[in-house]
Ligand binder design. Sequence first.
Ligand code: ATP
Ligand code: MG
Length: 366
Amino acid sequence: MFVESIELKNYRNYDSAEVEFSPGVNIFFGDNAQGKTNLLEAVYLSTTSRSHRGSKDKELIRFGEEESHIRLRFRKKELSHQLDLHLKQKKSKGIAIDNVPIRRSSELLGLLHLVFFSPEDLSLIKNGPAERRRFLDMEMSQLDKGYLQYLSDYHKLLSERNNLLKQIAVFPQLRDTLDGWDEQMVRIGCQLIKKREKFIILIDEMMREIHEKLTGGRENIKVSYEKNISSEEFREKLWNNRDKDIKNGTTSCGPHRDDMEFYVNGVDIRKYGSQGQQRTAALALKLSEIRLIEQVSGDRPVLLLDDVLSELDAHRQNYLLENISDIQTMITCTGLDDFVNTRMHLDKVFYVEAGKIQEYGIKKEP
Ligand code: ATP
Ligand code: MG
């Protein structure tokens, strides 16, 4: 599977732009603030309908414009498809696949698989649990529509329960209405826990192998699921914590407080890892994501590498580049120097300047 082309109209700092991608390695280089990340964001948006940076639709529309259009053509199982996204200032977005409008953006999931890798991902291990949960949710949602549905149901329930807790603090007679919400929270929450358990076992297997190679066999990684609460105890704990939850106006236990733990040679590297250990583990985690998508969906994902190469040392850089030679890749960077010392074959190089994208003549042969 690969992306053939993208057309942008009034998107971020692009007035109008079109790119024909190579199915291999595509490089986008240019100074800061020229539109490189914006371009990758537009590609990413087409698979999930959401920005990887969490931006709102109206922030994506070019300043001063009412609407924005993105058209992406991609090839899957020998067939070409067209995806249209129409972003509007005041209304919700329109999406069409092969000119047929779809009603729910979740219908996009599974159509195209992408892995977005940005410098912030290299901090996944040292950051807080919220970032790791977000990683988990985004990856699992791409692969499992059922998970996405449970996740959105759970978050709706959670926010309604939290509102109710605040009301009960003022009107204690409402307390019994919690029973119904808690019952639903437990039912949906346990589904999330079950799916996360299975997924993290897969990540652990995949990551161990990659990490071993990245560290030359010197370090041993173990990833596991740090559950806030087990399925068996969830109902009882919600009940026991009611007074506390009403006092604080928030739900203190449940999968919305889950985390993933990373141990290297028996040490929790979230807290005690060196910077290098944390970055190596993050790189292994992203690479395992690519392999996992391949395994679960049968599709090779497209890799979007936003400014990541300059953040890695030569050894990790080479390992990364050697391991992505079989998938379509879009790489942004400020200059081409990073590639001088690698054996990587660059299929297409583009120069990005002030919202204009031009194909650049230099091709580096291996
Ligand atoms: P860097 O190398 O610093 O990461 P970049 O080339 O990735 O730079 P982008 O993040 O793509 O830069 O942003 C390019 C420009 O787009 C920025 O100057 C930003 O202000 C501008 N921009 C962002 N949103 C909009 C918008 N809605 N309308 C117009 N311009 C926008
Ligand atoms: Mg950028």
